[in-house]
Ligand binder design. Sequence first.
Ligand SMILES: [Zn+2]
Length: 408
Amino acid sequence: MVQCDYERMEDKIKTFSQFGDTGKGGITRFSLSEEAVAARREFVRRMEEIGATVTTDDMANVYATIAGTEDLPMIFSGSHMDSVRQGGNYDGILGVLTAMEVAETIVKEKIPHRHPITVIVWTNEEGARFEPAMMSSGVICGKFNKDDMLASQAKDIPGYTFGEALEKSGFKGEEKNRLNPSNTKALVELHIEQGPVLEAEGIDIGVVEGVCGMINYEFTFTGQAGHAGTTPMKYRKDALYAAVKTIQYLHDELDQLDGKLVYTTGKISAHPNIHTIIPDEVKITLDARHQDPEVIKQVLAVIKKIPGLVENCKVSYEEAWSRKTVSFTSELVDYVEKSAQEYGYTNRRIYSGPGHDAQFAIDLVPTTMIFVPSVGGHSHCEIEYTPVENCLKGANVLLNTILHIDKQ
Ligand SMILES: [Zn+2]
């Protein structure tokens, strides 16, 4: 079996960890920041060195292509290079580095391939500086309005827009270079799992079947403000206590549903948030994810059972946003599984909880994903880690998957 190279993989991870290095084991590499642009330049330099032709589109997505032996549609692989604040050295970037390693292996080992192979770098996946997340794949795949995205303002510099950052980056290209179904054979994105399942089960490769559907609800509890020292407990309408009771109810009920359901109250705000005043308005969120729409319906049924009045406080709720379960192209999912088996790597099928650019791309072109384990399940933090050995296994599966696709 053809193999990617351990030392080259390790070198790539080390080199790209320097762009935005926090000095504490992680990176802060916001989209189109100086650090991100430096990482992109290194990407271009390395890809040109192996003979790739590099283009960029109007959202600064980068495409580095090595030609095939026939005039056929392209096979894409890659991910994003931007990070959250104090993020890790693997989220996103590993999908780019493994795709680079696959391209380098194909070139250096002179592996014959009919289709052009393109390494893609998506712009602004994290949305950490310019909202929303998955911005550029979203524009290309028709999810977001481009003008709205160009006007998106930086969280760190008031008034500084994504459009201005785009102009300044030197990576803005032409719309005609966008990922395009008419000349695309397939897209395969490798990513770290960002969760603990693969490591806990001793699995090398996650064969990703799709991305979980999710709902995000916002609840408002309305009570009555009052003096913390004078209002007897029985006369209170404490909105925070009502929220606590409701969160407990949600946990009790949702824990009885399918074991794969994950749900989170990650955001809470209390008004007036002063220690001597009984809270009169509290807002909380509920994020719930599952691959089966039926389970999401059961979550909704639990929400609808919440009474209008809890602890004498009024309760209302509304859907903030939701997304449907995304299923990847089954033929490609099978190739990933087959490739892992051919190397003798342990593997299992899995759904992604987090969103990825690939979930937008599937609307446009045949798409799938490959997961590698995250040690301890940690992600979006500096201790995010995947050993080089696991990264290499991922690169090998990616290489083999691409070669299977190439034969079709
Ligand atoms: Zn990512």
